[in-house]
Design a protein around this ligand. Structure first.
Ligand code: ZN
Length: 232
């Protein structure tokens, strides 16, 4: 099957994601408030998110997590909102899409403390080390790679990708960011360019691109609980 999950990063984005998912059979939505905007996520906003999460075709909560690179929101706010997202995910029975940047230890601490009973967890746009990937895998979580894995200076991320078995590995765009090589400097990212990431990862793992595509599709389909389209 062919399907996409479009990911929200704010209430407005999340509403748009749901609206789009309603228009296309194979498009699904994730809803969340990005850690960058955690400062604005008061109890009313989180209540609205809870409502959006219950809508049809919403298959995950996210992006949620911690970003200590930019610190656009204070760290206590980021932690509060991350924990609230995990609570909503557990309550509704949806997996969580995690954004973690320069905050790996703190992200794991919150997941260890608040992540029990979650349907699933995926670290999106993973750029950590193989050791960190193992810590994620040990907890039964999943790892998703973007065009970053193709970047010349991303040897650490490549070692992480080697460490992740295909039944725990997904690929994504993170578009419009993270365009893969060889088009990195030429084009904003879009789903069509994910072929470059897939080809690169297939070569890294020593398998054909079709095998990699089939495996990552199966992993993502199971993780997000995407239903097979009905036969006409
Ligand atoms: Zn992200």
């Amino acid at each position: 099957m062919t399907a996409w999950v479009t990911v929200g990063t704010s209430l407005e984005d999340s509403r748009k994601a749901i609206e789009l998912a309603g228009q296309y059979e194979n498009l699904y939505a994730a809803v969340g408030i990005h850690p960058h905007d955690a400062k604005a996520a008061d109890s009313r906003a989180l209540e609205e998110l809870r409502g959006l999460a219950r809508q049809e075709k919403v298959v995950a909560i996210g992006e949620t997590g911690l970003d200590f690179h930019y610190n656009f929101s204070q760290q206590p706010d980021q932690k509060r909102v991350f924990e609230a997202h995990l609570e909503i995910a557990r309550e509704i029975g949806l997996p969580a899409v995690i954004h973690s940047r320069e905050a790996f230890d703190e992200t794991m601490e919150i997941l260890d403390r608040c992540g029990g009973g979650l349907k699933g967890v995926v670290f999106h746009c993973f750029s950590g080390s193989a050791e960190q990937a193992h810590m994620v895998l040990d907890r039964g979580y999943f790892v998703s790679f973007t065009g970053v894995v193709t970047f010349k200076n991303a040897e650490v991320t490549r070692q992480a990708a080697q460490a992740v078995p295909l039944d725990r590995l997904m690929i994504e765009t993170d578009c419009p960011y993270m365009s893969p090589e060889p088009v990195r400097s030429r084009k904003p990212n879009e789903p069509a360019l994910m072929l470059h990431t897939a080809q690169f990862l297939a070569q890294l793992k020593g398998i054909g691109v079709d095998a990699l595509a089939a495996a990552t599709t199966q992993t993502a389909t199971d993780f997000f609980g995407l239903s097979e389209p009905e036969m006409p």
